[in-house]
Design a protein around this ligand. Structure first.
Ligand code: FES
Length: 67
């Protein structure tokens, strides 16, 4: 599914950008070498950022289990 029509960024592109460390929507655009244009996709990208963060293990989860 295309998330950002202006920049031709699809759902998989957004998720890859988040997993690569994009901290926010601007970071997602930056990973793809673009910037926000019309802004219609902003809410969707922010929702996906929240989903990816909640799905990702906490950075210290492995250490906590090992302790
Ligand atoms: S749809 Fe993403 S900036 Fe326009």
């Amino acid at each position: 599914m295309i998330v950002c029509v202006c920049n031709n960024i699809n759902e998989a592109d957004v998720r890859r950008a988040v997993r690569a460390g994009a901290p926010d929507a601007e970071g997602v655009y930056a990973v793809h070498g673009c910037t926000m244009n019309c802004g219609c996709c902003l809410a969707t990208i922010e929702d996906m950022l929240t989903e990816e963060r909640s799905a990702a293990p906490a950075p210290n989860a492995a250490k906590s289990r090992a302790a």
